[in-house]
Design a protein around this ligand. Structure first.
Ligand SMILES: Cc1cc2nc3c(=O)[nH]c(=O)nc-3n(C[C@H](O)[C@H](O)[C@H](O)COP(=O)(O)OP(=O)(O)OC[C@H]3O[C@@H](n4cnc5c(N)ncnc54)[C@H](O)[C@@H]3O)c2cc1C
Length: 391
């Protein structure tokens, strides 16, 4: 009999789960609370561990058409603009890790996954439908949602993001807290920027108490810029799309070098995303609960300082599909297998991302030590073999 999977959430994690499970012959029902499948704003870096999976799912040509493959990651002082270190991406990533390093607009990656899920034809997609209640017994899991229907299934995957509703039914100890960091993000056509501000590479600007990351998206036509500063949360800290202006941001960037100030000033429209988080995963018991499993940001929200949030959600999806299709493993054992396979790596990435945040914002003596280390060790500090080779 065909295994039936219920997925709550149609973000990058939920769609990747539907695609990976569908490819292994499972029947998927996916409910998404928004009336439209859309991923606005920001860009996403996809390191080789993630591109390898996407290519394995047949999305290589789609990436060729929509993504960029920057030749270089460079790290600069946000105060002086001096080059501190760099890591060759391009051919080196393929040679070392067997896949490319890509940058892509979130909306493009989301559309790529959605088109593939629709073409596969094994997933029933239901929009404008929020899960309200979840329960399980020894035979099945059951949800109620805003369309008034009750659905039963073998397993339920909570892919409903940082403020997960599914998580509320299986964990009472996980309420996201504000990190003290605010992400200002923007995407602009490169043609509208002065020549000196256009770029084909990934650049990270490290400052005291702030940092910025910029890279090309939409096949290189647009530039994605994220500036992360420290400050109080807006009233609605769960909302990730507050309006903001270059003027709001400039008050945080008084110590920034001219090229970074010029870039910020050249972009009129910014969106503000307060960053909230949970402590790193402590064990498999935080990912699987009988017939219910959490994945992506619902399970282990990632701070963006290692650029792996979407990446780990995609790796989770591949692992879930593999566990659920392993012969001889029952549904509950399959989800336990998934949790045991994934929790350490997710926790390690969460911890490393958190530490990067501290390093990127270092001030005083620590900032000085950071810049010296980056100058001396450069590539060795920037490369992450355990992450890029694994998955
Ligand atoms: C500034 C910034 C930069 C980032 N850069 C990168 C990067 O370079 N690389 C990278 O890999 N990651 C990056 N990330 C992280 C990445 O964006 C997220 O980790 C990833 O998108 C999480 O995907 P998800 O599907 O788990 O959750 P989400 O994208 O939050 O999707 C959850 C979905 O569930 C739906 N939903 C919620 N509740 C319900 C309900 N009750 N019923 C039905 N549907 C529901 C929501 O509407 C949503 O569509 C970045 C994040 C930030 C903030």
């Amino acid at each position: 009999m065909q295994k039936k999977i219920l997925v709550v959430g149609g973000g990058i994690g939920g769609l990747a789960t539907a695609l990976a499970c569908g490819a292994r012959g499972m029947g998927v029902q996916l409910i998404e609370k928004k009336p439209l499948f859309s991923e606005v704003g920001a860009g996403i870096q996809l390191s080789p561990n993630v591109v390898r999976l996407l290519e394995g799912w047949g999305l290589g040509p789609g990436l060729d058409a929509l993504a960029c493959f920057p030749p270089l990651l460079q790290v600069r002082s946000a105060e002086s603009a001096a080059l501190l270190g760099q890591l060759a991406l391009g051919a080196r990533a393929v040679q070392r890790y067997g896949a490319r390093y890509a940058t892509i607009a979130r909306a493009d990656l989301h559309q790529l996954l959605l088109t593939a899920v629709e073409a596969q034809g094994t997933t029933q997609l239901m929009l404008n439908n929020a899960m309200l209640h979840a329960s399980q017994d020894s035979n099945a899991v059951q949800i109620n949602s805003t369309d008034g229907h009750q659905r039963r299934s073998n397993v339920l995957i909570g892919a409903d993001g940082l403020w997960s509703n599914v998580r509320d039914f299986v964990r009472s100890d996980a309420q996201p807290t504000f990190t003290g960091h605010l992400a200002y993000r923007a995407m602009v056509p490169q043609a509208g920027l002065p020549q000196a501000l256009r770029s084909e590479v990934v650049t990270a600007w490290l400052g005291p108490r702030f940092h910025a990351v910029q890279y090309p998206v939409h096949g290189g036509q647009w530039l994605n810029v994220v500036v992360i500063v420290e400050g109080p949360a807006p009233d609605d800290r769960a909302h990730w799309d507050h309006e903001a202006t270059a003027l709001d941001l400039s008050t945080h960037l008084k110590e920034a070098a001219t090229p970074l100030q010029d870039l910020v000033a050249a972009i009129k429209t910014w969106r503000l995303w307060p960053l909230n988080g949970l402590p790193p995963v402590r064990g498999p018991q935080e990912l699987a609960f009988g017939r219910i499993a959490l994945m992506g940001d619902a399970a282990h929200p990632m701070l963006p300082y290692l650029a792996q949030g979407a990446g780990m959600a995609i790796e989770d999806a591949a692992s879930l599909a593999e566990s659920l299709s392993t012969p001889g493993l029952g549904d509950v054992a399959a989800l336990e297998h998934y949790a045991h396979t994934r929790w350490r790596r997710n926790a390690r990435v969460q911890v490393r991302a958190q530490r990067n945040g501290e390093i990127f914002h270092a001030s005083g003596v620590q900032r000085w030590g950071r810049d010296v280390a980056m100058r001396v060790l450069g590539q060795r500090l920037l490369d992450v073999p355990w992450l890029y080779a694994g998955g």
